[in-house]
Every structure is written in structure tokens, then in C-alpha cells.
Design a protein around this ligand. Structure first.
Ligand SMILES: [Zn+2]
Length: 187
């Protein structure tokens, strides 16, 4: 929904959005500590982020578009794992999936200004006269700010917009496209 609502998922939600219509009114991230209950996010340029604390037995899946990134959805999700589920930031590992990268993510000055202000100059890069932003760097910042070690974060660095032969990209394909799915399950 491009907002910042984090949903705690339990057995009662099994099949939601897959076997029957999605009953979550607004969800951009899911968290669960229930085993054998896979959770997923779908995206096509927005950033899918999977989080795991194997010690505490907690997983999360977040969808971070530029609006969600600005609202800090990934930091909010990891923060909830720490506060509500008792995860130790040192034990949380994160995977940042294929998504539109800085090279293809040209934005208007208004969006560039917001990233600059919230996440620092390193998230905004000039390509000639145009400004591009790196959602991925902003997300890494949200995670490290919580004490999650840099070495626990794997950013695959793959650009969906540069690789439309194998990925869907909203910017490149418009609405005539599918979605990537990112799944995680505690076993
Ligand atoms: Zn690209």
C-alpha cells in the first residue's frame, strides 16, 4: 500500500491473500514467529526486504517503495522485531532483493530533497542535471541505525529496470507486468 503498517501474522492468517482474498486493509510488512507459516511480499521495482533472527525464531518480509522507504518501513519492521519479539539486533540478518537501483531511479527534486534530508547526501546521486536516489542505501541506514551490523545485511544490488528479461519493472513495463515474490519461512 506504500504506507508503513506492520502486521503481526499468526496461524489465523494462514492462506491470507493466496487461498482467499487479502483481509489486511493496509500492510507493507509482515512479521511472524510461527513455524511453517511462510510470509511473502510482492514487488516490481519497490524493494523487497527479508529479515531473520534465527536465535529468537522471528522472520519478517517488508515492501519498501520510495514512500515506504521515506516512512522508514524497514526500520519500523526491524524495530518491532526488537521491541515486541525480543530480537537482538546483532542476531538479525537482512536480505535486500532485486529492485530499482540508483542508476535507473531518477526522481523529482522534491523526492531527492526528502531523501537528502532524511537519509543523508549519500542516498542522492547526480546524473548530469538529473537526480537519482538509492532506496537501498537508505534502507541499509535504517537497519544499521538500530544496531544491526553492516555485515549482517546482504544487498543483492540487482536492478529490476536494467534486467527486464528476468525481472518485472514497473518503470519499464507499466501495468502490463507481473510481480516478483519474496518468501521466507521459519522451519
Ligand atoms: Zn538499472
Amino acid at each position: 500500500m506504500h504506507e508503513d503498517n506492520v502486521i503481526d501474522v499468526t496461524e489465523a492468517d494462514a492462506g491470507n491473500g493466496i487461498l482467499y482474498e487479502n483481509k489486511f486493509k493496509s500492510a507493507d510488512a509482515l512479521i511472524t514467529n510461527i513455524r511453517h507459516l511462510p510470509i511473502a511480499v510482492f514487488s516490481a521495482d519497490c524493494v523487497p526486504v527479508l529479515l531473520l533472527d534465527a536465535k529468537a525464531g522471528v522472520i519478517a518480509a517488508a515492501h519498501s517503495g520510495w514512500r515506504g522507504t521515506v516512512r522508514g518501513i524497514v526500520g519500523k519492521t526491524a524495530g518491532r522485531m526488537i521491541q515486541k519479539y525480543g530480537c537482538d539486533p546483532e542476531n538479525i540478518i537482512a536480505a535486500i532483493g532485486p529492485s530499482i537501483q540508483e542508476d535507473c531511479f531518477e526522481v523529482g527534486d522534491d523526492v531527492a530533497e526528502i531523501f537528502m534530508r532524511k537519509f543523508g547526501a549519500e542516498t542522492v546521486v547526480k546524473y548530469g542535471e538529473r537526480r537519482h536516489v538509492s532506496m537501498q542505501r537508505a534502507i541499509v541506514g535504517q537497519l544499521t541505525e538500530l544496531g544491526i551490523p553492516h555485515g549482517n545485511i546482504d544487498d543483492c544490488g540487482i536492478c529490476t529496470a536494467c534486467n527486464t528479461d528476468i525481472f518485472y519493472s514497473h518503470r519499464k513495463m507499466g501495468n502490463e507486468r507481473g510481480n516478483q515474490g519474496a518468501f521466507i519461512e521459519l522451519i
